[in-house]
Design a protein around this ligand. Structure first.
Ligand code: SF4
Length: 237
């Protein structure tokens, strides 16, 4: 069942509902979640950066905090932020395509994000949140959802490498939100990073500049210099 966004949703109400969600146990599409749901997400109405990821792994399921693993260390280095900044949800939102750890396959690999999650929550959540300055899409599921949500699905024509390589066109394709398609920062992609040195040499310096600019704007909002006006879809300058 897909939940339609409504104008009445508030971020706080949605977060309460999501934290109580048991859909993947009680009304699953296919096999139920093999453990108790533990939705992990960090959002607020002042964050200007969204890290849109795949789904929690075992360590995040245990900690209840996104990216508390080696992938997180690499992602923070890519962004040029420390732990304190990364986990300040007033400045950086983190929302995976599946909020709960989906379990593992027979080979010990993490399963893909639960489909129930996007159908139930994502359209409502992103309709309730103000638009972001900057979205970092990590992995194909997040890229597919957010590019389409922003009307940029046509930019996903190639595979992951082609999409990441088209970063200059993608970054400025949306009039409000700067968008990046990133490979997953997992150790599994160390070989990809070695084969594609332009990613660290060209993409990351620009990404860090965009992160810094958005953090500065979020800091001004947190200091009370205005709020997002939903009626006119405007942030203070
Ligand atoms: S993965 Fe999403 S839909 Fe499934 S139980 Fe967790 S919050 Fe609910």
């Amino acid at each position: 069942m897909t939940q339609k966004p409504t104008t009445n949703d508030t971020v706080a109400d949605l977060l309460q509902q999501i934290r109580r969600c048991r859909a993947c146990v009680e009304t699953p599409r296919g096999l139920p979640l093999p453990h108790e749901p533990r939705p992990v997400l960090h959002v607020s109405a002042t964050a200007r950066i969204l890290v849109a990821s795949q789904a929690p792994g075992t360590r995040v399921h245990a900690s209840g905090r996104s990216f508390t693993d080696a992938s997180g260390d690499r992602l923070r280095a890519w962004m040029g932020v420390d732990d304190e900044t990364f986990y300040d949800e007033r400045r950086i939102a983190i929302a995976a395509m599946g909020f709960c750890f989906p379990g593992q396959d027979a080979n010990g690999g993490d399963l893909p994000p639960r489909r129930e999650c996007a159908a139930l929550w994502h359209d409502r959540l992103f309709a309730a949140l103000p638009p972001f300055d900057l979205i970092l899409t990590v992995g194909r599921a997040a890229q597919s959802y957010h590019f389409r949500r922003l009307g940029l699905g046509h930019l996903l024509a190639g595979g992951l490498s082609e999409t990441v390589a088209a970063w200059r066109a993608i970054r400025t394709a949306h009039p409000v939100t700067r968008l990046y398609a990133l490979p997953h920062p997992s150790w599994r992609n160390t070989g990809w990073l070695k084969r594609n040195p332009w990613f660290e040499a060209e993409v990351l310096p620009e990404l860090r500049r965009d992160v810094r600019a958005s953090l500065d704007r979020a800091a001004r909002l947190c200091e009370g210099e205005g709020t997002y006006k939903k009626e006119t879809a405007e942030w203070p300058k």
